[in-house]
Design a protein. Structure first.
Length: 105
């Protein structure tokens, strides 16, 4: 579910109305650009303290969505060399796939 906030001044204002099933509330923007999300919105969207949101500017509106942070694995050159040695694809097939993916090794 997207939560849309119109952003035309320093204060995001909705006067506690409901549009399309979404309760809208006034949010104040601090001098540091911070906002406090109301507890009800955080609870409905599963946003906990320390959680991460993605923010997108779209058509003069700010779209906030709960985001998932995933750990990125890194692999050593030795790991990659071992995988390449264990690769069972015929070289022509590997080259065809790499070409199609737009890369090489």
């Amino acid at each position: 579910m997207d939560v849309l906030y119109s952003c035309k001044s320093d204060i995001l204002s909705f006067r506690n109305t409901e549009v399309r099933g979404m309760a809208k509330q006034s949010l104040n923007v601090s001098s540091r650009g911070q906002i406090t999300l109301p507890a009800g919105i955080r609870k409905r969207l599963g946003i906990e303290g320390g959680g991460v949101l993605s923010a997108e500017e779209r058509d003069g509106a700010l779209v906030l969505r709960p985001a998932v942070v995933m750990e990125v694995e890194t692999f050593s050159d030795a790991d990659i060399r071992r995988w390449n040695e264990e690769d069972r694809l015929p070289p022509e097939e590997r080259d065809r796939i790499l070409k199609r993916l737009g890369g090489g090794r």
